[in-house]
Design a protein around this ligand. Structure first.
Ligand code: RB5
Length: 150
């Protein structure tokens, strides 16, 4: 079942390495009638991924967007930065089953993808699974409750 929340757009961000994949995902979301808010970047000119990860993370924490979708070359920089935010559970996914388990077990609220290490078609497959897999709760909620260090 869809995890999208009525009236709440999906949030997107990338650096230059993820820009083309982000554009493809924007096209997919538009075709699917899914609202989104883009936090940049807006070209393939070299930029620093934290400048885009932090605004997306703050928007996810504030409930302004849900879920987030982030891309950089490897996905590592985005995931590392996003997960500095206490309210963010960003999952770096390179496999459809990992994307499914990131939702089912970890209640991930940001999907991170490695733009230089996945095809657009496979990225869309991961996105579709991520957007349509509910959190299982139960013992997994108990574990998530232990993540925060605040
Ligand atoms: C950019 O060259 C690259 O370092 C960045 O996209 C990302 O892979 C960093 O984690």
């Amino acid at each position: 079942m869809s995890i999208l929340k009525p009236g709440v757009p999906v949030g997107l961000c990338s650096d230059h390495a993820g820009f083309e994949l982000k554009s493809i995902i924007e096209g997919y979301l538009t075709a699917a009638g899914i609202e989104y808010k883009d936090y940049g970047t807006d070209s393939t000119a070299s930029v620093d991924y934290p400048d885009f990860a932090h605004p997306l993370a703050r928007a996810v924490e504030a409930g302004e967007v849900y879920p987030g979708i982030a891309m950089c070359g490897t996905g590592q920089g985005m995931a590392i930065t996003l997960n500095k935010h206490q309210g963010v559970r960003a999952a770096l996914c390179w496999d459809v089953e990992i994307a499914r388990l990131a939702r089912e077990h970890n209640n991930a609220n940001v999907l991170v993808m490695p733009a230089r290490f996945t095809s657009p078609e496979y990225a869309i497959s991961m996105l579709e699974v991520f957007l349509n897999t509910e959190f299982a709760g139960g013992r997994h909620q108990h574990r998530i409750d232990k993540i925060s260090v605040k």
